[in-house]
Design a protein around this ligand. Structure first.
Ligand code: G3H
Ligand code: ZN
Length: 283
């Protein structure tokens, strides 16, 4: 089917208390693994491209690959911009065919984050496309201490003001998770998630979710998380498959027999996350 937006997808997840998996795609094998997993799990799915992925694969190529795969799929697929850092990037992705946008102004002062988010929301809504924004800051592993993670967390009262002033459709919250963690060891501040949900009412987004425990997914979703972002776990599965294939057959020279194993491993990783997020069978 044609690409859908994340608007209805996340509203349904919010009403039925599960989370839609949002998986970062960097090349053809990611797109195939994620959509095949969604088909097999009968799950709605969000494929997202970061600015780095767009630079790597090319904007037109990202849209063409995801559109082609979605058209052959029987489950709803959305294409989302992950961590767009400026207005222009959002416009470019909207024009290219993305069905969901993100502005990440988490490094900016509150008022500046509000002003740019609001401008992007007005522009995107005119085209019927929803926008995610970030308040507080989800840090990156290796660069932060526990105290810093705490200090960067989303303030619930500020979140209320932010959502009211910007009209944003969903909110990425800093609640204890950290980007690029390679083990599941982050602890979520579940009470904070609940408070933000009560005050804002919008679907909440969990970034840095590769490092969150399975129990964290469960309690986070119960508290108000409706979209869960996974990138690192897919990278790990993909490269593990490639390494194992090369170790098994060091003389193999057909890349499909090497990269294809990575794709299979990645698909299994996506399916496992979908089951934990409760979105399996929700398409
Ligand atoms: O925006 C992407 C996600 O937040 C990725 O998080 O590094 O834990 O997979 P991750
Ligand atoms: Zn993120």
């Amino acid at each position: 089917m044609p690409l859908v937006t994340t608007k209805e997808m996340l509203k349904k997840a919010q009403a039925e208390r599960y989370a839609v998996g949002a998986f970062n795609a960097n090349n053809l094998e990611y797109v195939q693994a994620i959509i095949e997993a969604a088909e097999e799990e009968k799950a709605p799915v969000i494929l997202q491209a970061s600015q780095g992925a767009i630079k790597y694969a090319g904007l037109k190529m990202v849209v063409a690959m995801v559109k082609a795969a979605a058209e052959d799929a029987t489950v709803p697929v959305a294409l989302h911009l992950d961590h767009g850092t400026d207005y222009k990037q959002n416009v470019k992705c909207l024009a290219a065919g993305f069905t969901s946008l993100m502005f990440d102004g988490s490094s900016l002062p509150f008022e500046e984050n509000v002003a740019i988010t609001k401008k992007i929301v007005e522009m995107a809504h005119a085209a019927g496309i929803p926008v995610e924004a970030e308040l507080g800051k989800v840090a990156t592993a290796g660069h932060v201490t526990e105290e810093e993670i705490k200090a960067l967390m989303t303030d619930p009262e500020e979140a209320k003001r932010f959502v009211e002033e910007t009209g944003v459709d969903s909110l990425a919250v800093a609640v204890g998770s950290v980007h690029k963690m390679t083990t599941q060891a982050a602890r979520l501040d579940v009470e904070r998630i609940e408070r933000i949900r009560e005050l804002t009412g919008v679907p909440l987004v969990l970034h840095g979710a590769s490092g969150v425990t399975d129990e964290g997914y469960r309690t986070g979703i119960a508290a108000g998380i409706c979209k869960i972002n996974i990138a690192t776990e897919l990278n790990k599965a993909f490269t593990r498959g490639i390494r194992e294939a090369l170790e098994k057959k060091p003389d193999e020279i057909d890349p499909r027999r090497i990269v294809g194993v990575g794709r299979d491993y990645m698909k299994e990783a996506v399916k496992a996350k979908m089951r934990l997020f409760g979105c399996s069978g929700k398409a």
